[in-house]
Every structure is written in structure tokens, then in C-alpha cells.
Design a protein around this ligand. Structure first.
Ligand code: ZN
Length: 152
């Protein structure tokens, strides 16, 4: 196993065991969207609190799913705090393209930081939707939808 694969495995296991921001957010302004990945059976609900300028004030998630879907949600919530809406949308599109193998962060300028760990899932087509589920739920929350699915 290569070193990047080993690191990937360790980070997934760590976030699956100790998910960051695993909580519902309270408040009338909190945007909530339940994401569903029927291929794997993952359910991830994302909670998003934006401040008046549209900056991500807080993010949380809850749900049941495989290790990759939970680790991806955990890393997403940790990574996006304090980001502007424009940054969130850019990061979403880079992430989405990267896991599908259409964006190579090693050869292009990007805003993915630690999230580049997930580039390995492009080799496992059944896992791509697990890794992107929380992101679809986040985009659904921004669009004020109550539910989102990885199946378009
Ligand atoms: Zn899954």
C-alpha cells in the first residue's frame, strides 16, 4: 500500500471514530438538509448556520452511513467553517470534480487543502457518491431544500 493510501485509511478511520461537528444546530436561521445516497444506504443530515454576510458561522452533521460518508462529512464541516459562500461553492465544485477523476489537484491550483485526501476514491466508483453525499446535502441546504440525493 502506498503512503498516501495509508494516510487516507488512517484519516478515514479517525474521522469515522471521532467525527467532528457531529451535532444538530439549533436556531430559526439554521439551514437543514437531509442527504441520501441510495446506492450505499448512507443518510447524512447537514446543518448550516450562515452569518449576515453569508460566511459559514457553524456547520454540523448527523446521520448513519459508511465510514467514507461520515469521514467526508466530518472533514467538510471542519474545513468550511469561516469560509465565504463563494469559497464554499468553489470548493464544492473542485471536490466534486476531483472525486470523479475530472480534477487533478496535484497539477492545478486549488482550494482543497486536506480534502485532497479524498482523491483516492476516484478509483472506487461505488464510493464516489459516499464521499460527495455530505456536499450534496450542503448544496441542498444552501438552496433551501429539505432533502438531497446523490442521484440527480
Ligand atoms: Zn457509503
Amino acid at each position: 500500500m502506498s503512503r498516501s493510501n495509508e494516510l487516507y485509511q488512517q484519516v478515514i478511520l479517525d474521522h469515522n471514530k471521532n467525527p467532528r461537528n457531529y451535532r444538530a444546530l439549533e436556531g430559526s436561521d439554521v439551514l437543514v438538509c437531509e442527504g441520501h445516497n441510495p446506492l450505499c444506504g448512507d443518510h447524512i443530515t447537514v446543518y448550516l448556520d450562515l452569518d449576515a454576510n453569508g460566511t459559514v458561522n457553524d456547520l454540523g452533521f448527523q446521520g448513519n452511513g459508511c465510514a467514507i460518508s461520515k469521514a467526508s462529512a466530518s472533514m467538510m464541516t471542519a474545513y468550511l467553517k469561516g469560509k465565504s459562500l463563494a469559497e464554499v461553492k468553489t470548493i464544492f465544485s473542485e471536490f466534486h470534480d476531483m472525486v470523479r477523476g475530472e480534477f487533478d489537484p496535484a497539477s492545478r491550483e486549488n482550494h482543497l487543502g486536506k480534502l485532497t485526501l479524498f482523491q483516492g476514491v476516484k478509483e472506487y466508483s461505488s464510493r464516489i457518491k459516499c464521499a460527495s453525499l455530505a456536499w450534496h446535502a450542503l448544496m441542498g441546504a444552501l438552496d433551501k431544500q429539505q432533502s438531497a440525493t446523490t442521484e440527480e
